[in-house]
Design a protein around this ligand. Structure first.
Ligand code: ZN
Length: 416
């Protein structure tokens, strides 16, 4: 089962949710139906049949009609499934309001990139998108380990939830004994006790972290130098040791320390993504200043050309692009052409003159694709890496404003 989404899947899901959220019903007549992968289709159909008969009691005639036709639409679509797809399926169907008194029937069928966990039917004046939105929140798992000579706490960070898994205390005496002749003996015993304690901590932590699947990294914390000593002396299993991302000073080694450790580490975690984006944009900006053998390419047409030639190493796309690649076709002579439209242009589009047969009102939109998807498709064909650069950072904004949101770093310099 997949637990992680690609950059592109995240982007597509985000856009899908935006579109769904923009739909408003005039009344409670938009249906959201979440079907998890383990649900039987005939159970769903039975459920819908029941909803169908219930809905016949709706007082408003138009609302009733709209709800019934939405349910019918879902039931007929369900017939195409013998069983739910791998991650389940979501239906969003209903009459959305399109100004004044008009409504328009919409139907979205979404097979999400992560599994649906709960069966859910909802009829409301808006689509219920929370379960999809939840998929977008980071659900990476990190291991948390706090250790000193007195306490050891083991936990997990799942998304933004902290889980305490184990808390242990030691019997290691303090460092200072009574002095005199027995002092050396006391110290030796203390060190033996400390060593045994670290062995116990290492074994317990290793066992726990190795049993959790998909740990992305481990953060270690604690006050003083003990935690580093513990890591450097290899008290942890080598597989666990390899996953240590960073070591931090924390004031506490108990449950409170876990929260301290996460707040220290969270900067590192967000920075991981942002710094990767920054690094790539810097590389691109450096290439662009070169007068000879520059590896930079930018602008829609140039980048598309480079992608078709298969010479792009990394494709940089601004998350804010909001453009569509559209196929216009003449309904009279069949002449067609590809054009790029902004979201607003596409909304305001009305059939135009055909450049070939000269008839008016004949060029219609027959296909459209989000330009990020179009470029990602081209990139995937040639093994080019795709980076969707977030808005809001200086680098992200410059990609959007100075380079129209589309740029690339070439494998080698070419004349385009
Ligand atoms: Zn024509």
């Amino acid at each position: 089962m997949t637990t992680e989404m690609t950059e592109r899947q995240k982007y597509d899901l985000k856009r899908q949710i935006e579109e769904l959220k923009a739909c408003r019903g005039r009344h409670t007549e938009l249906i959201s139906l979440y079907i998890p992968p383990n649900k039987q289709i005939f159970d769903v159909t039975a459920y819908l049949r029941n909803e169908y008969s219930q809905s016949q009691n709706i007082k408003s005639k138009t609302t009733m009609k709209n709800v019934l036709s939405a349910i019918e639409s879902i039931m007929s679509r369900l017939k195409q499934y013998k069983q739910p797809p791998e991650n389940g399926v979501v239906f969003f169907v209903g009459h959305k309001s399109v100004g004044s008194d008009k409504t328009e029937m919409v139907a979205y069928v979404i097979e999400p990139p992560l599994p649906i966990t709960t069966f859910l039917y909802r009829c409301d004046s808006s689509f219920y998108t929370e379960p999809l939105e939840e998929m977008l929140t980071e659900r990476e798992i990190y291991g948390l380990l706090l250790v000193d000579r007195r306490e050891c706490t083991i936990g997990l960070l799942k998304g933004n939830r902290i889980e305490l898994l184990k808390y242990m205390t030691s019997q290691v005496p303090g460092k200072h004994g009574r002095g005199g002749q027995s002092q050396r003996r006391f110290e030796r015993l203390t060190e033996i006790a400390a060593h045994e304690w670290f062995v116990k901590c290492g074994e317990t932590a290793s066992e726990i972290f190795r049993s959790v699947e998909g740990i992305k990294g481990i953060f270690v914390g604690g006050p003083g130098p003990t935690k580093r000593f513990f890591v450097e002396e290899n008290y942890l299993h080598y597989e666990v040791q390899d996953k240590i991302v960073d070591i931090f000073d924390t004031g506490y080694t108990d449950e409170f320390g876990l929260r301290e450790l996460v707040s220290r580490a969270s900067e590192v975690m967000t920075n991981l993504k942002i710094s990767r984006e920054k690094r790539l944009m810097k590389k691109f900006l450096k290439e662009i200043t070169k007068t000879k053998d520059s590896l930079a390419v930018y602008g829609e047409d140039q980048v598309r050309k480079a992608l078709e030639m298969g010479v792009v190493d990394t494709l940089l796309l601004s998350e804010n692009l909001r453009k569509y690649r559209v196929k216009l076709q003449c309904n009279s002579c069949n002449y067609s052409e590809m054009r790029t439209f902004s979201e607003e242009d596409l909304k305001d589009f009305s059939p135009s003159v055909c450049p070939k047969c000269d008839n008016d009102n004949v060029m219609e939109v027959v296909e459209k694709i989000d330009i990020i998807d179009e470029f990602s498709d081209l990139a995937e064909k040639t093994g080019c890496k795709v980076e969707i650069i977030s808005a809001g950072s200086e680098e992200g904004d410059s990609l959007y404003s100075a380079f129209n949101g589309i740029a690339g770093i070439l494998r080698y310099s070419v004349d385009l």
